[in-house]
Design a protein around this ligand. Structure first.
Ligand SMILES: C[S@@+](CC[C@H](N)C(=O)[O-])C[C@H]1O[C@@H](n2cnc3c(N)ncnc32)[C@H](O)[C@@H]1O
Length: 458
């Protein structure tokens, strides 16, 4: 809860790091920055630019709702085909009903985000260099909700066992922070089954935390699951009742915030848990490790859990386990204790799809303070200040060239020309030979065609 004295003592302003924040109404305020941080259905919204982040999430919500609505219209169009089989009709009707109900459910759950948002401060948002990654929408990790609170008991228990094993059974975790907590089942299990004094679960996706809060407070919540590979017609959309084994005990807090700008005071936590997150965020591991070092008390422990699948255009940043462990030791931690186990992952009973992952769990104790990392910059200065020259990067130049060609090709679409006609024009313009142009045009139009065929991606 905002205003909760235990949580307040841990907070720091995500803009200026001043600690603690001052409770104000049902949210917080930083007196130094003169910024109010609201609470969204009782969850503090501690992003560096709170209004603009609300605006961004609101846009993403509207986008998801729009996609669901488009999906429903497409299904209606398909249903108007009288020649379809009874089974196909039954499946489509089921999917349309689920898409419509799902849209209403999402809108209701996310009402607090929708109402409170404002677009006003996008400029300052950019200026603060914080922004949501473009690939994160409301429904990213949506399936985690169902694993956490519907069908995933065995997977959830196995995950907790990895943490219990590495945390040495009965040893207290003290004040614990779970970063990128998702739908929060692991944070819940850690708080309910291991010895924590306080547990703070932080994520930046409001859908995940709003559902988690409602379920963990004992309210059974209904939501549709849309399995990746449905086992039957009914499995294309399954209405699940989400529930927790029991209501969460005291001293558990939810925080909406950015892992790259954690709104917590230096040296606040005895344990920081990073489940399936260090290889997700767009920040180099040594920087993340220094930030986690900063959040921990002396002798505090960092517990990591996940598959270590780093993916970055700079291959040097896609670390192996050997490099990962070395980076941790170089970041003010003891040599990590490591446990590896092969576990089931996202094996919904309604889906033919499901994975096995060999997860790495490690624990390392902080043995010294390291140089705090600079504030995370999501964007470079030439975009933010507009006062530096835009660099003539090789990649920009080749993008510019292909954009020009694409614009030219689009201008050739007149409802009459064939690919062959267009290839002849590209050759006349000395852009490429006809032989090269035909396959290039074909793949360009294939991409455009594919884009028009994309569904809502539930
Ligand atoms: C792979 S999921 C793991 C979720 C959860 N830890 C679990 O094990 O089920 C990654 C989570 O990190 C969150 N996330 C990614 N980047 C983040 C950021 N910069 N700040 C806060 N949360 C972030 C996502 O919303 C998502 O819930």
């Amino acid at each position: 809860m905002p205003g909760d004295t235990q949580l307040t003592a841990l907070t720091a302003c995500p803009r200026c790091d001043k600690s603690p924040l001052t409770p104000k109404g049902d949210g917080y305020r930083c007196g130094a920055c003169k910024v109010d941080y609201p609470s969204i259905a009782g969850i503090p919204w501690l992003f560096a630019e709170p209004d603009a982040t609300l605006g961004e999430w609101r846009n993403r919500l509207q986008y998801s709702l729009q996609q669901l609505s488009n999906d429903s219209q497409r299904i209606n169009a398909s249903l108007s085909d009288e020649g379809m089989s009874d089974l196909t009709r039954r499946r489509l009707q089921h999917q349309r009903e689920a898409a419509d109900e799902h849209r209403n459910m999402l809108r209701k759950i996310l009402e607090p985000v929708d109402i409170r948002s404002s677009q006003a401060s996008y400029e300052s948002y950019i200026a603060l260099r914080t922004r949501l990654p473009g690939d994160q929408g409301i429904s990213t990790y949506y399936n985690n909700i169902h694993r956490d609170w519907a069908w995933g008991d065995a997977e959830n228990a196995t995950s907790l066992e990895q943490i219990r094993t590495i945390a040495n059974g009965g040893e207290s975790l003290g004040k614990t922070l779970v970063l990128g907590s998702g739908a929060c089942r692991l944070a819940y299990d850690i708080h309910m089954q291991l010895d924590t004094e306080q547990c703070v679960a932080m994520d930046f996706n409001p859908l995940l935390l709003l559902v988690a809060k409602s379920v963990m407070s004992g309210q059974a919540t209904e939501l549709y699951e849309f399995p990746i590979a449905p086992k039957s017609i009914d499995d294309f959309a399954v209405l699940r009742t989400l529930s927790a084994p029991e209501s969460i005990r005291d001293n558990f807090n939810f925080v909406l915030g950015d892992v790259l700008r954690p709104p917590f005071a230096r040296g606040s936590f005895d344990t920081v848990v990073t489940p399936w997150i260090i290889d997700i965020v767009n920040e180099d591991l040594p920087v993340q490790a220094a930030r986690i070092n900063q959040l921990l008390k002396p002798e505090g422990r960092w517990i990591n859990f996940g598959s270590l699948a780093f993916n970055h255009p700079n291959r040097a940043r896609c670390y192996s386990i050997e490099e990962t462990l070395e980076i941790i030791e170089q970041s003010g931690f003891s040599a990590p204790t490591v446990h590896e186990e092969r576990i089931p992952y996202m094996c919904s009973p309604a889906s033919r799809h499901g994975r096995q992952e060999t997860v790495v769990t490690f624990a390392a104790s902080k043995n010294k303070n390291v140089q705090p990392p600079a504030r995370h910059k999501a964007l470079p200065d030439y975009i933010v200040t507009g006062k530096e020259p835009v660099p003539a990067l090789k990649s920009f130049r080749s993008q510019a060239m292909s954009t020009q060609i694409h614009a030219f090709i689009m201008s050739l679409i007149d409802g009459k020309r064939t690919i062959g006609d267009m290839a002849a024009i590209l050759e006349q313009q000395k852009l490429m030979s006809k032989e090269e142009a035909i396959p290039a045009l074909r793949s360009f139009f294939t991409r455009m065609y594919d884009d028009t065929q994309k569904s809502a991606g539930l």
